[in-house]
Write a protein that binds this ligand. Structure first.
Ligand code: GLY
Length: 342
């Protein structure tokens, strides 16, 4: 269930009253405790037991998970307790996984505070942590009781984080319809209109939810949501290896460029729509610095993608805007040609 909140205090209180529980816990990271908790401090959450972990993806591991489990035990949590996750994708992923595994599963509510988590991470039941240097390697599918979307949190975001979340919205638009795609590539990220963005967030979540409802465990259709991510994850891993990490959405935006190019080659995606999308990405996200020396590492990262089957690198492509094509394979030469698009 997704709730859009306009007046945080009253609406959050009435939602939390509906979910009866014998203990209320609030997971935050150091940033959301400082920047976002004040926006909900006058709700029922003021009486919740706070659990605070370090911010950033580096803290999305087993140590933080143990800290959350221990805090639940110390606070006397039972199977009828409720965990509220207030934060970006890192918090909703690890909090969801802590809740999914504590006493074989307690209920949780996600209050995403970044654009990326509103339109993607907090919605759809994927939970998890990083392990052994691999992103989201350990996890579970577990739905939250509710996702509370309050776009006033967007005012706490810097430009880069806004653009990062917007890349997932662009992906949803490409998967959805010509009209939605057109609106998205004509939106100004230089001077974003947050009122208009709020409506686009609802539309974007609706695209994701309708795909997840039809295929919650990613047996087929949900793979469409991986558009841009095979290349995207490889860019993200390479940037991390270089010691110059980039935000997930930037990696996805560059991944979309490469995968739309492959789509032109392999699934007849119209070239002018590819060019228009690339223009938008290059205008607002710049380019990913690459030389041919990086190709072997990028190919290696793609080969290790957990979405692969039987040793093949699988790509989600499009035959047109709104028409996903799943499980495509490309030659090494085509992949390298596509890398030249960023
Ligand atoms: N982020 C892609 C998915 O939830 O399936």
């Amino acid at each position: 269930m997704i709730y859009y909140v306009q007046k945080t205090i009253e609406e959050l209180d009435s939602l939390l009253t509906k979910i009866s529980c014998d203990g209320l816990f609030l997971l935050m990271d150091e940033n959301t405790e400082r920047l976002c908790f004040p926006l909900v401090a006058n709700t029922a959450l003021k009486n919740a037991v706070p659990i605070v972990i370090g911010a950033s993806d580096a803290n999305k591991g087993i140590e933080s998970l143990c800290k959350i489990w221990q805090a639940l035990i110390n606070g006397g949590a039972s199977r009828h307790s409720l965990l509220v996750n207030l934060g970006g994708g890192m918090i909703t992923d690890i909090g969801g996984f802590a809740a999914a595994t504590f006493k074989r599963g307690i209920r949780f509510v996600n209050i995403p505070t970044t654009l990326l988590s509103m339109v993607d991470a907090a919605v759809g039941g994927k939970t998890g942590i990083n392990f052994s240097g691999l992103k989201n390697e350990i996890g579970a599918f577990r739905n939250s009781e509710a996702v509370v979307i309050d776009t006033s949190f967007l005012h706490t975001l810097d430009d880069e984080n806004l653009r990062s979340g917007y890349a997932e919205m662009l992906k949803h638009a490409l998967l959805s319809s010509e009209e939605m795609w057109y609106d998205h590539i004509n939106f100004s990220l230089e001077h974003p209109n947050l009122g208009a963005l709020q409506q686009m967030v609802e539309q974007s979540i609706a695209v994701k939810s309708s795909i997840v409802e039809r295929d919650p465990h990613e047996h087929s259709l949900r793979k469409a949501l991986n558009l841009g991510h095979t290349f995207g994850h490889a860019f993200e891993s390479l940037a991390l290896q270089r010691g110059r990490p980039i935000l997930h959405g930037y990696a996805v935006a560059f991944g979309l460029c490469c995968e739309l190019y492959l789509a032109c080659l392999l699934t007849d995606f119209p070239e002018e729509k590819m060019q228009e999308t690339l223009r938008f990405v290059h205008q607002y996200y710049g380019t990913f610095p690459l030389s041919d020396k990086d190709y072997p590492a990028l190919l290696q990262f793609m080969r290790h993608d957990k979405k692969n089957t039987a040793g093949h690198i699988n790509f989600t492509l499009l035959s047109d805007v709104g028409c996903p094509s799943l499980d495509n394979q490309a030659t090494e030469r085509q992949i390298i040609q596509a890398l030249n698009q960023v």
